[in-house]
Every structure is written in structure tokens, then in C-alpha cells.
Ligand binder design. Structure first.
Ligand code: SF4
Length: 414
């Protein structure tokens, strides 16, 4: 019998990276506000008074009934509904997605369904915000659990970025700094980039975006993920000494003036709690235990890990890497466990495993349980839009500028 990620978490909570994973999401979604990664300017939707909380009837509902309700609602709503599922989403939820992909692919996928009245995004908050910005005005975007945020997105807030920007503008005395935000950021920061001649990137198109940015100016301010910025800049030949990490809380941004003067990529001190867990020691162990193993990691991993791997790439690039490997291959992957387990199941002729022996899903995406999906879909059937994500027009208009620049920057062929 194949164990799902859920089974592993429930049967062996001590072997997970977060003890809360053994609980149901509604047990810790108890705060009256958005989860990590929410844009501070989003409107809190009515009539939900405690975002993230699930009505008790749905908490108690047997799994079989939840799934029956989801299937029935999908059938009733037909083409009026589109469900998007991120690669890192749990299987019990992602099985209902009309499109499964990374954040770049899902941003594009939503655009192919302009007639859908509701877009239910089974991902995290910044992804739903992006869908709302790109969607037609009459389309309603829903995040089944408002507490599904992104801890990395939370590491760069608008106020800190504005303060760092002012300090850089004063230091350089020119307009040659181009802000680049990773997709994993609030709508407010995407709008910041739109207002300041900047752009959004994903892990699929980061090098294309950096090339674009260097055509616009002398240097880049890259946030929030230091690792993606460093790994991408290094692969493009930018010397490490020209990619200092700033500290927005320190005078002079915590960087020596000579270093700041020559900088080409200014890195923000953010990281992904899932991908920072991968280590060179894990790769060495995989190579020792499986001679001939091929190792591929996500570029949100630390630079030393990317350097020690055979390849690095976005979630989509990792999928293609596994698909292209000959039958009998042994492949160790450094990315989120739901995707790794799914790839292993899709390729039974290959040995596919996660570099990290500890079960560590994206704990915020994990908060989207079938109970939340059933609840929002039942709402749509009853004519009620629950957990709607609404980005204000003032933010959306500028964020859209930066996102459209991103959508025009196609990923390099893998
Ligand atoms: S895997 Fe990391 S970067 Fe991606 S949504 Fe989860 S916390 Fe954010």
C-alpha cells in the first residue's frame, strides 16, 4: 500500500518538521486575520469574521462526505468554476484541480478561462492575489483557507522595502536600480515594482527577468528570496562579491560602502522554510547510498546545495527532468515532499525520493484541507462567495504592470 503524505504525517508526527502538521488546520487557524504572506492592503471578506476557521459541521464531516460534496458541486457548477492546484498541494485536494502547475503556469492557466465566474485557488495567498489581479473584474477569486499564506512572502513587507529603496536611492543618487520581486510576495510589493520600473519573476523565468532588468538599469534589488536571487545571478556570471545581502534594519543596510557601490544584485534576507532544509550532507549521503543517483534541487535551496547537485530548476523543470530520465534511474530531489511523492507515483519504473528524510510539506499550503474546499464550493452552489480574495484597484493597477512584464518574459527552454 502506498502511504500518502497525510498518512505519513498522522502516523509519524515525530518525523515531521513541524509538530502542528499532525493537527487539523482548523485547530490552529484561530486568529482573526490573514495568514502569512497576505497583502496588508487586501480587503477582509465578509461575512467571514474569523478567516481561516471552518464551520464546525465541516470539521466533523466524514472524509467520504466531503469528497462527495466536492464532486457534486463541481458537477453542478460546471464551466462556471475553475479550480487551480499548485504542485505542492496535498493529493486529496489537487485531484480536483482543472490545472495543476507552478505559480507561473497557474497565473497563465487562469487567463485561459475568462468565462469562469469563480476561480478557486488551491495554493497560497499570494497566488490567489495574483489570479485576482489578472482576472476579469467580474471573476471572483477564492482561497479556500485564508490562513494559507507563505512564510517567505512574509519576510518582505512594504514598509521595509520602501525604506531600503529610499536608502539605496539616496546612496546611489541615480535611477539605475531595478526592483525585482519573486512571485512569492504580497500584491503590495508587486505594485511597488510596477511603480518603480520593476518586474515580477518566478523560479521558471528568473534568469530571463534578470536579463531584462539589467537592460533597464545597472543593478537589481531582488526580494524576498535571497537564494533564488543568488543562484540565478551566479548562473549568469555575476560574481558573489557583487551580490551582497542587505539588512533593511541596519544603518547603511548593513553593507560596506565599497561593496554597495559595485553591487549588481542586492539580495533581501528572505528564504523558504521548506527549501532551506536541504543540505550538502544530504546530497553526499544520497550519493553514498545510491551510486549513480542524479540529484536535482529547486533554486530556492542554498547556493552550496545547488552547486553540489547535478541540476537545479523550477518545479516544472524538476518534473521534466524526472520524465526525461531513462527507466531504472535513481533520482534524489530537493523540493517539497508532495511533489516528490507524486513524481515517484507517476514514474514507478524509476526510484524517486526526497533528499530530506524528514517529512516537511509546505505547512501553509497544507492548510487547505478538503473540508475547506467543500465549504467554499457548497457556498458557490448556494450563491455565496466565501473567502474571496480582493486586491484593491489602487494596488492591482500597479501590480498588473509588473506582472504583465513577467508574463512577457518567457522562461528559457529547459
Ligand atoms: S514552499 Fe516555501 S516559498 Fe513555496 S509557498 Fe511554501 S513557504 Fe512559500
Amino acid at each position: 500500500m502506498t502511504l500518502s503524505i497525510n498518512d505519513l504525517i498522522v502516523t509519524a508526527p515525530g518525523d515531521t518538521c513541524d509538530a502542528e502538521l499532525a493537527k487539523q488546520p482548523w485547530e490552529f487557524d484561530r486568529f482573526p486575520g490573514y495568514g502569512p504572506g497576505a497583502s496588508e492592503t487586501d480587503v477582509i471578506p465578509a461575512p467571514v469574521t474569523r478567516p481561516g476557521q471552518l464551520p464546525a459541521a465541516y470539521q466533523r464531516m466524514p472524509e467520504a462526505e466531503l469528497h462527495a460534496r466536492i464532486r457534486a458541486a463541481k458537477q453542478t457548477l460546471g464551466d462556471r468554476l475553475v479550480i487551480l492546484g499548485h504542485f505542492y498541494q496535498r493529493d486529496e485536494v489537487v485531484q480536483y484541480a482543472d490545472f495543476v502547475g507552478d505559480s507561473f503556469q497557474l497565473a497563465n492557466a487562469a487567463l485561459t478561462r475568462p468565462d469562469a465566474e469563480a476561480i478557486v485557488f488551491c495554493g497560497v495567498h499570494f497566488m490567489a492575489e495574483t489570479a485576482d489581479i489578472l482576472a476579469r473584474p467580474e471573476q471572483r477569486v477564492i482561497l479556500p483557507n485564508l490562513a494559507a499564506g507563505c512564510s517567505m512572502a512574509d519576510m518582505a513587507d512594504e514598509e521595509s522595502v520602501e525604506a531600503a529603496w529610499e536608502a539605496l536611492t539616496e546612496f546611489y543618487g541615480d535611477d539605475e536600480t531595478v526592483p525585482v520581486t519573486y512571485m512569492n510576495s504580497s500584491a503590495a510589493l508587486k505594485a511597488f515594482c510596477g511603480r518603480h520600473g520593476g518586474i515580477v519573476c518566478t523560479s521558471s523565468n528568473a534568469s530571463t527577468v534578470l536579463e531584462w532588468a539589467f537592460e533597464q538599469g545597472r543593478r537589481v534589488l531582488f526580494f524576498p528570496d535571497q537564494h533564488l536571487g543568488r543562484n540565478t545571478g551566479k548562473a549568469m556570471g555575476v560574481p558573489l562579491e557583487q551580490m551582497p545581502m542587505i539588512n533593511p534594519r541596519r544603518p547603511g543596510l548593513g553593507v560596506d560602502e565599497d561593496v554597495l557601490r559595485d553591487a549588481r544584485v542586492l539580495l533581501w534576507p528572505g528564504f523558504c522554510s521548506v527549501h532551506k532544509r536541504f543540505t550538502v550532507a544530504q546530497i553526499e549521503q544520497a550519493r553514498a547510498q545510491h551510486p549513480g543517483v542524479r540529484v536535482i534541487v529547486h533554486p530556492e535551496s542554498p547556493m552550496t546545495v545547488v552547486d553540489a547537485a547535478d541540476a537545479a530548476g523550477s518545479t516544472d523543470a524538476i518534473r521534466k527532468f524526472v520524465a526525461a530520465a531513462p527507466s531504472g534511474s535513481v533520482i534524489a530531489i530537493g523540493t517539497e515532499i508532495n511533489l516528490v511523492n507524486r513524481l515517484a507515483a507517476e514514474h514507478p519504473d524509476k526510484t524517486v525520493f526526497c533528499l530530506d528524510p524528514v517529512v516537511c510539506p509546505c505547512s501553509t499550503m497544507y492548510r487547505i484541507h478538503p473540508g475547506y474546499l467543500a465549504w467554499v464550493l457548497d457556498g458557490l452552489v448556494e450563491g455565496e462567495v466565501r473567502n474571496e480574495i480582493v486586491v484593491t484597484d489602487e494596488v492591482a493597477v500597479h501590480a498588473k504592470v509588473a506582472l504583465e512584464r513577467m508574463l512577457a518574459a518567457l522562461p528559457k527552454a529547459d
